[in-house]
Design a protein around this ligand. Structure first.
Ligand code: 5AD
Ligand code: SF4
Length: 433
């Protein structure tokens, strides 16, 4: 039996793509292995969002080529494949295939003709979803991609180049995926898209479907207990979607809505045309819809031209909104983006200093929120045993980890947990019968 090795870098969309690639190879009678030296097919499923992510892929390839079987087929799929194109073959001559995020369903071509080199980085839309076999069983948290690509064209971001313009999948296809997931083990559905709340599908009768319609449809499945979505663009938080936080109890009270910067000048140069009042209005509407809602953000520090004062405004917004579970990054110039050639690039040492200050604030937000949870009872989803095997790890509605003592007997997938202690990284709790 032929064996394949797959390693995934990057976002949840990539994780999902990795699942589908694995399901496709399983359906061809291949077997997954974690042992690269034993693999017949080696796939790196790659992310290009920052230079470091791309570098990681090439250094992994450098290591793998020294230990792989001489006749193993090795290649990259995903965003670095699209970023590098045929240059990837120049950088790593023993690569066999380079397949972009919308062409990984072409992988069988190289399995059938291992002596050729396969390059396909076309933006072929969503045909990959239709051409590949579905997973036979679904994880407790199952991702359902509903749109791919992004039309916003933020000046720092390589994604519009790697994943193309926005395309929404048909409402019927998305609901079919939710149904399959619900029937094969999913308890939580996470709708995915680079611009997930931009989801818009008009069917042949002219009916328009939005993300709010998908949330309602998913909530109709009894076995689906939790619903969330990521990642949202602030000004596409339409009222129908905000209303869902009020009207649909299965929708978790947690939203990833990246602001990126708190400075109007930087936002303008990032080509994110919203002002802070507009952003705060959306935050207030969300809080009115669901008073216990929490928001997470992504931040970029050291964008070209960012002054101390701009950075101060980012710090202020992080304090004001009290973001939890957030990510912060140093700006990384990427090919195919406008910001890479902007003047006033910020030196690395200043980026590092600002990142450390912002991270301290984000950690403080997290610690304060975690502590505010002590004494509350939260409905949590079981993720399995911790490393010691003595505790269970649950995930709260806010994506915090909560550690509980392992009960006798099989754990419940969903449990009411009273939070008994907190630190900045996680919670402890006890299961309430
Ligand atoms: N440099 C640093 N961070 C970036 N992101 C996207 N592009 C870049 C870049 N060039 C961050 C954004 C985005 C997250 C997925 O990655 O914050 O929301
Ligand atoms: Fe990375 Fe963005 Fe591609 Fe996801 S879409 S893999 S975050 S570059």
């Amino acid at each position: 039996m032929k064996k394949y090795f797959i390693q995934t870098f990057g976002c949840q969309m990539n994780v999902y793509d990795g699942w589908r690639i694995a399901a496709m190879l399983d359906a061809r009678g291949m077997q997954k292995t974690d042992d690269i030296a034993n693999a017949d097919v080696i796939i790196l499923n790659t992310c290009a969002v920052r230079a470091k992510a791309t570098d990681k892929v090439y250094s992994a390839l450098g290591r793998i080529r020294l230990i792989k079987k001489p006749d193993a087929i090795m290649g990259i799929v995903g965003c670095v494949a699209r970023e590098s194109g045929s240059d990837a073959f120049k950088r790593v001559p023993d690569l066999n295939f380079v397949l972009g995020p919308q062409s990984y369903h072409k992988l069988p071509e190289i399995l059938e003709n291992p002596d050729m080199r396969l390059l396909n980085i076309e933006l072929s839309g969503l045909e990959k979803f239709d051409e590949m076999p579905q997973m036979e069983s679904s994880p407790l948290v199952t991702y359902v991609p509903i749109q791919e690509g992004c039309n916003h064209c933020c000046t720092y971001c390589i994604v519009p180049y790697t994943r193309g313009r926005e395309i929404s999948r048909s409402f019927a296809d998305c609901v079919r995926d939710v149904e399959l997931a619900a029937q094969t083990g999913a308890i939580e559905i996470c709708f995915l898209g680079q611009n997930v709340n931009g989801y818009k599908y008009i069917d042949e009768n002219g009916t328009t479907y939005r993300l709010s319609d998908l949330i309602k449809a998913a909530a109709n499945f009894d076995t689906v207990k939790r619903i969330r979505f990521t990642s949202s663009y602030p000004t596409e938080m339409t009222d129908d979607l905000i209303d869902m936080f009020q009207n649909e109890p299965k929708l978790l009270p947690f939203l990833n809505m990246p602001i990126q910067s708190g400075s109007p000048d930087v936002l303008k140069r990032m080509n994110r045309p919203y002002d802070l009042n507009q952003y705060m209005d959306i935050v207030h509407k969300l809080k009115l819809a669901r008073s216990d809602i929490q928001i997470s953000s992504d931040f970029i520090v050291g964008f070209p031209g960012e002054t101390d004062d701009d950075f101060e405004q980012t710090l202020n917004i992080a304090k004001t909104v009290k973001y939890i579970n957030s990510y912060s990054f140093k700006y990384s110039p990427r090919p195919h983006t406008a910001a890479a050639i902007m003047p006033n690039q910020i030196p690395e040492n200043i980026k590092s200093k600002r990142l450390a200050i912002l991270d301290a604030q984000l950690n403080e937000n997290q610690r304060a929120f975690n502590e505010s949870c002590v004494g509350k009872t939260l409905t949590c989803l079981c993720e399995g045993l911790d490393k010691t095997g003595k505790h269970l790890v649950y995930r709260t509605p806010y994506m915090q980890q909560c550690i509980v003592a392992k009960p006798d007997g099989a754990p419940h997938d969903i449990a009411e947990i009273e939070i008994t202690a907190a630190n900045k990284a996680s919670l402890r709790g006890k299961i309430i019968d």
